[in-house]
Design a protein around this ligand. Structure first.
Ligand code: 5GP
Ligand code: MN
Length: 351
């Protein structure tokens, strides 16, 4: 049984705008992940099925492990195809903003979206939604935006029209945002939805392999290097810190997305409840945080680096400090979070 979590008025408000639209731009957050691309392509296929013009524009390059998704090759990259992207955004009558809560999450493209005459519909599962959209569908308790897209299409009355390619994109986002259903995934309805997706003939094992068994040799060597040479675990504290410099990334022939998932690995150590990963990329310091249970990674990312995210998966990026300074700032702040970490570590599962 799949319940009606999303408010009926919001469904109708989104449906009205979707049915009225002719040209839709779908956009999602910078450094898009599986949920960002999965939800965007799912709604894109659906809109095209309805006879709408629909295009996905991402702020910057997407990782290679998602490029096999149906129509991923048609995605425009704002940073590289700026002129055409600006035109499409200016001429759209509907902009769908997926998997992000504020325009700052889409970098320079945010200015164009803010200025656009289009109606705007936000569909997202991050806390604290901004108010840049005409319709704001924000449900932080739903574990992926892709699941929200599935719910939206069904509630609009188009469940029978969901084709395998839409189902494949939805499943990809649901799977990647829950670590293949290992966190944020205790809602029974997730599995009711998966059951529906399987009836649409998705090959979930194939999807898993395309995402997770798709690495280059150098990516795996970079992972080995990061773990053996760059991971610093404070077992007493329950915290791991790992970092990679620009030079190290270049040495291992780093391609966009190659370090995806590195931050999760230290959490597989017994008694590690907070993992931080710092990397120099595109002239910025990118910070990823992952945590267990009640250790609030999003609060730490917000307080230290003006970032955000979910309780157990958060991030930030900064140009205000060097890699070493960012690591130092994190380490120096740890005493402040010790009580929260100790509280988590007192639970039965770490004994
Ligand atoms: P990741 O570590 O995979 O880059 O990001 C994990 C989560 O943290 C993302 O899904 C997103 O919710 C959040 N996040 C990552 N980078 C940023 C950032 O620069 N700003 C904010 N507000 N959130 C971020
Ligand atoms: Mn997401």
């Amino acid at each position: 049984m799949i319940t009606k979590i999303i408010d009926e008025e919001l469904i109708q408000a989104a449906k009205e705008r979707i049915l009225d639209a002719e040209n839709v731009v779908i956009t999602t957050h910078v450094s898009p992940d599986g949920d960002a691309i999965g939800s965007s392509l799912a709604i894109c296929h659906f809109l095209r099925q309805l006879g709408k013009g629909a295009v996905v524009i991402v702020p910057n390059e997407m990782p290679g492990f998602l490029k096999w998704l149906p129509a991923a090759d048609e995605i425009l990259v704002y940073k590289e195809q700026t002129k055409i992207s600006k035109e499409l955004i200016a001429n759209a009558d509907l902009i769908m903003a997926l998997d992000f809560n504020t325009l700052s999450r889409i970098d320079a493209m945010g200015i164009d979206v803010a200025d656009a005459k289009a109606q705007k519909v936000m569909i997202d599962h991050h806390t604290n939604p901004g108010n840049f959209a005409d319709v704001i569908i924000s449900y932080p308790n739903i574990s992926s935006t892709s699941e929200m897209i599935f719910r939206l299409i069904c509630r609009m009355g188009y469940a029978p029209e969901i084709e395998k390619k839409i189902a494949t994109c939805v499943y990809t986002g649901m799977m990647t945002d829950t670590g293949a259903f290992t966190y944020n995934s205790n809602s029974p309805e997730i599995y009711s939805i998966i059951s529906e997706l399987l009836k649409k003939e998705i090959d979930k094992d194939y999807i898993y392999r395309r995402i997770n068994s798709n690495f280059s040799v150098s990516r795996l060597k970079l992972e080995g290097y990061a773990l053996s040479e760059k991971m610093v675990v404070d077992e007493k504290m329950g915290v791991s810190v790992m970092s990679l410099t620009n030079e190290e990334l270049t040495r291992f022939n780093y391609q966009k997305g190659d370090s995806e998932g590195f931050v999760n690995i230290p959490l597989s150590i017994k008694g590690v409840v907070l993992s931080a990963f710092f990397k120099e990329e595109d002239g910025k310091i990118k910070i990823s945080l992952r945590s267990r249970g009640d250790v609030r990674a999003n609060d730490i990312a917000a307080e230290l680096f003006d970032g955000g995210g979910h309780v157990n998966a958060a991030g930030a990026s900064t140009t205000d400090m060097t890699l070493d300074e960012a690591i130092k700032k994190f380490n120096n702040a740890l005493p402040k979070y010790k009580a929260m970490i100790d509280q988590e570590l007192s639970k039965e599962e770490y004994k």
